[in-house]
Design a protein around this ligand. Sequence first.
Ligand code: FE
Length: 217
Amino acid sequence: MQLIILFIFKAKGGRFMKNNSAMFQLSYGLFVLSAKEGDKSNGCIVNTVQQVTSSPNRILVAVNKGNYTHDMIVNTGVFNVSILSEDVVFDTFQHFGFQSGRDVNKMEGFSDYQIAENGIFYLTKGANAYLCAKVFQTIDLGTHTLFLADVTDGDLLNNTASVTYTYYHKNIKPQPKETKTSGWRCKICGYVYEGEELPEDFVCPLCKHGAEDFEKI
Ligand code: FE
């Protein structure tokens, strides 16, 4: 229950908080969430994978409904999580995070993967482990769906440290260039919205994060 409350607060952009920046002190990992429907495979970047119980071994992930991978998981109930490590390159975030599987085939020309026993791919570069999961419950969170899932398989790939959201911002994401444009910058991918006021319901066209992830420039 506590977790769900937390997500609702995040979706509201902390409007009732003394300081919304408190939310940025939460630590997150980063993951490629992958799925397969028919003969189409796709993956997206998420930061919300958590283990919730160990016996049985269960995880959760909250996925934005705008993601193509979201619909594939709704339809198939199965997904993989590649746990990204500190040697992951920015290209991986651009490839899986800043474009949609509805517009491009993310698997075309991409070869740094293997297929798990459930038929879904996982990353072999920039990842230190993968998990295979089967959904047993979904909760509608408005902008996102929360998937609760049993871990059905998984393997350790190497011992490189898992990347955190903070590490990504400090060491992987290119630092923003000085700009004379005034507006709002997406803290996730660097997209710039030109204009004085950022609409409250604005969603980044590149990475699909909401207005709460923008900063004034
Ligand atoms: Fe963005």
